[in-house]
Ligand binder design. Structure first.
Ligand code: ARG
Length: 460
């Protein structure tokens, strides 16, 4: 006898090619624990509906518990002939219970099961993902704390722009990951809806209790619409977007680490345990973690794009296309859980070179804006102040000097407004301290960020 879930009306088949195409156990097996949890909840609902006796419920729950243990231990697995995780688990259950095992399928469909399973899987694994994001936030905050007084070149267009505290830059990355955590929490609120009870698409004529199943599985409530219940994959697409954005954030951080550890920048050194070597060039120490973070961002975007493209144009309710929802979701989750601990370790063990950073901070005439703003404070309109400060830069470039190296006479030659008083703003420390409004890079504002992000990372 076949273990297939749908043999009744078929004379022959399926063809080998169809079987091979259809089979999903090599990826949907990850949902087995969640499918079994759903089955336990469903068994209780069938019992309360009078469709299982007390004794049948006890035997059913015992067999499901046993099967769960075997799945966890790897002693029960899918076989070649199983189409999907649901079919494999029913084979396991009927193997233990005989005909009684076949009673569990009443009132449910693989369509509402799979939609529920994927939500359960994601809600569970997202908790681990949030833990990894919090660890990265903490590593960034700790690094910022360790080097909190170090000035660095702040850049736009990858050109020296204005000096900042390096801690300010590191915390900018931490803010991005804090938003990612916030986004996932918000996602969870919408995902905490159980499709169980939607059946194939229309609900069930049996007296089931979707709210009870929802509660037992940790959802806030059951779906209000059974068609939406089996059709909706918003939670999968939203997760893939959140994952893609985390990937983009990791990629941007990775790119900076690649730059900072280059010979040309020389701002930072990687710890040996978090860098790799070359098979031919003995001197090499490569930032592979940072590069893999940059590189993997492509597949996260690809997973999101693939999933949305699959969903586009699908008629409601269930279509087999939806089976293609799982691999992108699993891949994004799996890759993030692989990548994040490596990036966190790399950040946590990064050694910065304060002397290099501090020396580079004023280079490239990075205090020219401070000169212009000093002139504004003397009553010069910003339009002229910008011109004067620009002329000062040009004078320095001609002479091969830095701004503070111009003599009083040379300053006055550039513009009479440039009195020796301007020297008060020609220091990096002065420029940093002056940016003390909310969000600025002044040491006291950065100290506040350190405190608030430390608390946030702990709460995450
Ligand atoms: N394996 C399917 C999926 O992953 C669920 C089964 C629904 N199959 C069906 N023929 N209605 O989406």
């Amino acid at each position: 006898s076949t273990t297939r879930l749908w043999g009744g009306r078929f004379g022959g088949g399926p063809s080998d090619a169809l079987t091979a195409l259809s089979r999903s156990t090599h990826f949907d097996w990850a949902l087995a624990p969640y499918d079994l949890a759903g089955s336990r909840a469903h068994a209780r609902v069938l019992h309360r509906a009078g469709l299982l006796t007390d004794d049948e419920l006890d035997r059913m729950v015992a067999a499901l518990t046993e099967l769960s243990a075997e799945v966890a231990a790897g002693t029960f697995t899918a076989v070649e002939s199983d189409e999907d995780v649901h079919e494999a688990l029913e084979r396991g259950l009927t193997g233990k219970l005989g005909a009684l095992g076949g009673k569990l399928r009443a009132g449910r469909s693989r369509n509402d099961q799979i939609a529920t399973d994927l939500r359960l899987y994601l809600r569970h694994t997202v908790r681990a993902l949030v833990g990894e994001l919090a660890a990265l936030e903490s590593a960034l905050v700790d690094l910022a704390q360790r080097y909190r007084d170090v000035p660095a070149p702040g850049m736009t267009h990858l050109q020296h722009a204005q000096p900042v505290l390096l801690a300010h830059q590191l915390l900018a990355h931490a803010h991005a990951f804090a938003r990612d955590v916030d986004r996932l929490r918000d996602w969870d609120r919408r995902t905490a809806v159980s499709p169980y009870g939607s059946g194939a698409l229309a609900g069930s004529s049996l007296p089931l209790d979707p709210d009870a199943v929802a509660a037992e599985l940790g959802f806030d409530r059951a779906s209000d619409n059974s068609i939406d219940g089996v059709s909706d994959r918003d939670f999968a697409a939203e997760f893939c977007f959140a994952a893609a954005l985390i990937g983009v954030h990791l990629s941007r951080l990775g790119e900076e680490v690649v730059l900072w550890t280059s010979t040309e920048f020389g701002w930072a050194r990687l710890d040996d345990a978090w860098a790799t070597g070359s098979s031919i060039m003995p001197q090499k120490k490569n930032p592979d973690i940072a590069e893999l973070a940059r590189g993997k961002s492509g597949r996260f975007v690809g997973n999101l794009t693939g999933l949305l493209t699959m969903l586009k144009g699908l008629p409601l309710a269930y279509d087999r296309d939806l089976q293609e929802d799982k691999e992108p979701v699993f891949d994004s989750m799996g890759q993030l859980l692989l990548l994040l601990p490596a990036v966190t370790g790399m950040v946590a063990t990064l050694t910065l070179r304060p002397e290099v950073l501090e020396a580079a901070a004023p280079q490239g005439f990075a205090l020219a804006t401070d000169v212009a703003e000093w002139l504004v404070r003397q009553g010069v309109p910003f339009r002229s102040a910008h011109e004067i400060s620009g002329a000062m830069v040009a004078a320095c470039e001609r002479r091969g000097l830095e701004l503070h190296e111009l003599s009083d006479t040379e300053l006055a030659e550039v513009a009479p407004e440039l009195t020796p008083g301007v020297r008060s703003v020609l220091s990096v420390r002065g420029a940093l301290a002056a940016r003390r409004a909310r969000g600025g890079t002044a040491p006291e504002r950065v100290a506040e960020q350190l405190a608030s992000l430390t608390a946030l990372a702990r709460e995450h």
